[in-house]
Design a protein around this ligand. Structure first.
Ligand code: GRF
Length: 221
């Protein structure tokens, strides 16, 4: 696949950027349908800024603190994305709520990853809440972004068992491991044109074999 056939993609981060790193590494494969050409961080000191630079990706820091309004910050984000001819935006640990204008502008062109099986446990502290609810399976979800937080057509999900001795930290680590597998698969589906949104459902093309969801079966106790 030539560089110009690939979908020009940006990643928005605020922190560690381990999902960003997984996406960048997946996109190094010559056959991968997306090219990661830009990372934007709203936090100058985010660890992911350094990681992206080391991986040779262009990074722009747009510090939300230097904007008076959310609208002004989001407009600067869009301007920056468009200046780089970005077609798809992947939120990866981007900890800012986005304005309606931004979400509408990037409708079906903006993905997010959330560390739970949506619609369960939207928002923060997902692993603590999953443990408290005593659910037996959790996981992660990649979805198109809509105005309501952590909602939107679901592109892909991966499930893992919750083990008897799990803590919020062990769960976070094990969910992150599957996030790193799931997000590149989900971006691949979207960037290759194998997802259509119909009536707010993300439909996967029948011909796309790699669309099988990832599962890890419960371990015996
Ligand atoms: C991930 O758990 C992601 O699902 C959530 O924020 C975390 C970001 O981690 N939205 P990282 O910055 O990708 O390491």
């Amino acid at each position: 696949m030539t560089q110009k056939d690939k979908t020009n993609t940006a990643i928005l981060i605020s922190g560690t950027g381990s999902n960003m790193e997984a996406l960048i590494k997946a996109a190094q494969n010559p056959d991968y349908p997306a090219k990661i050409s830009l990372v934007i961080s709203n936090r100058p000191k985010a660890k992911g800024v350094e990681t992206a630079r080391k991986l040779g990706i262009k990074v722009e820091v747009i510090d939300h603190k230097s904007f008076e309004t959310r609208e002004a910050f989001d407009q600067t984000l869009t301007n920056c994305l468009e200046a780089h001819n970005i077609e798809l935006v992947c939120n990866a640990g981007f900890m800012r709520l986005l304005t309606k204008e931004f979400v509408t502008h990037w409708h079906n062109r903006q993905l997010n990853i959330h560390p739970s099986l949506l619609p369960a446990f939207k928002g923060l502290n997902t692993h603590e809440r999953a443990l408290q609810a005593d659910v037996k399976i959790t996981g992660c979800t990649v979805h198109f972004v809509r105005n309501d937080m952590d909602s939107g057509p679901i592109i892909a999900q991966a499930a893992i068992p919750i083990l008897p001795n799990d803590t919020a930290l062990t769960l976070k680590q094990r969910v992150l491991e599957v996030e790193h597998q799931l997000y590149p698969e989900a971006l691949k589906l979207v960037a290759s044109g194998n997802i259509r949104v119909v009536n707010e459902n993300a439909l996967i093309s029948k011909t796309y074999e790699a669309a099988a969801p990832l599962f890890s079966l419960p371990l015996s106790r």
